[in-house]
Design a protein around this ligand. Structure first.
Ligand code: AKG
Ligand code: FE2
Length: 359
């Protein structure tokens, strides 16, 4: 990033700065997905069912108590991850002018950038974003009732030469894991396994390659400021350095997610919070940086089609348990959030609680 000392734009307000010591999150559930390797979530013979039921119970408790869990035996081939990790490392090691050839701008939100703001404070990171589905459409503006669409296009760098292929193959692998998790979550809500799949037909899912360079003032800045993920689910791979902190629901303490080789970190996003009418809550999280080691991570943001109207599922609401949210259009939300993260603004950006009904 070419910055020696921390520029004021990166400095967090005192109450949001990371403490010098942090608790390791021993309690974050670790879930073994091997019962899923046998076949589709909804089908299967009786021998798989006891294991699948056990798995559904574990996922339910994790979504309810944490909004976060880690999975192993997830079925994504490790070679796909290794290939995209080395492509990301090589890309971020390129000279700034080379990376800027695929820089995002106000027109196209995809590609390289190092100027993201979370809640109006600049993040200590550089990223490369690409969408999984080609073409991907979003509303032309975040204005309510906008009918014009705009295609957002991937921008691929010339170097490293295997970058595009590695990204695309990884996207396919991690997307199939996301669908399995979605089906498991549907089962935890006592819905048919495939109840939520249709929302992802024209998905706006995207993958972000994150690079957090060593930071001279890790007690003042954050790699990503505290936030909740706006989409349905996030499937994250982090390297061995560590730095992801989750706000523990039980006591509001920030706890560090321990890196586990060849695992994924899964978190419920705002859309599942709304669909489930608050049975599950998206957990607040952030990324701390350190002065010695750079860190790489790769989240897959599993997002529905832009035209999805997000509202509590009718199966999960009743007269006694009415919808806790006003409905909203996902494309509008997504476009508004993308625009506001691009530069510092005077006001808070769009948040899910803005749609909460007053009780
Ligand atoms: O780098 C990480 O571990 C998490 C990043 C994150 O939370 C995000 O990009 O939304
Ligand atoms: Fe996040």
């Amino acid at each position: 990033m070419g910055l020696e000392a921390v520029d004021a734009a990166f400095v967090q307000d005192v109450e949001h700065r990371p403490k010098p010591t942090i608790t390791e999150a021993g309690g974050i559930p670790l879930i073994d997905l091997s019962p899923l390797l046998a076949g589709p979530v909804g089908g299967g013979d009786d021998s798989c069912c006891a294991a699948l039921r056990g798995l559904v119970d574990e996922v339910e408790a994790a979504c309810r108590d944490w909004g976060f869990f880690q999975v192993i035996n997830h079925g994504v081939p490790v070679e796909l991850l290794e290939r995209v990790q080395s492509a990301a490392k090589e890309f971020f090691a390129l000279p700034p002018e080379e990376k800027r050839r695929v820089r995002r701008d106000e027109e196209n939100p995809l590609g390289y950038y190092d100027t993201e703001h979370t809640k109006n404070v600049r993040d200590w990171k550089e990223v490369f974003d690409f969408v999984v589905a080609e073409p991907t459409f979003i509303p032309a503006s975040g204005e309510p009732g906008e009918e014009r669409l705009r295609e957002i296009k991937n921008q691929w760098p010339e170097y490293p030469s295997q970058f595009r292929e590695a990204c695309k193959e990884y996207a396919d692998g991690v997307e199939s894991l996301a669908f399995k998790l979605l089906e498991l979550i549907a089962l935890t809500l006592r819905l048919p396994a495939r109840r939520l799949n249709g929302f992802f037909k024209d998905s706006t899912s995207f993958i972000r390659l994150n690079h957090y360079p060593p930071c001279p003032s890790p007690h003042l800045a954050l790699g990503v400021g505290r936030h909740k993920d706006a989409g349905a689910l996030t499937v994250l791979s982090q390297d061995e350095v560590g730095g992801l902190d989750v706000k523990r629901k039980s006591d509001g303490e920030w706890v560090r997610v321990k890196p586990i080789p060849n695992s994924y970190i899964i978190n419920v996003g705002d859309i599942i919070q709304v669909w489930s009418n608050d049975r599950y809550e998206s957990a607040e999280h952030r990324v701390s940086v350190n002065s010695e080691k750079e860190r790489f991570s790769i989240p897959f943001f599993f997002n529905p089609a832009h035209y999805t109207v997000v509202r509590p599922l009718e199966e999960l609401t009743s007269e006694e348990d009415p919808a806790k949210y006003h409905e909203y259009n996902w494309g509008e939300f997504f476009t508004t959030r993308k625009n506001s993260n691009y530069k510092k603004q005077g006001v808070e950006n769009i948040q899910i609680y803005h749609f909460k009904k007053t009780q």
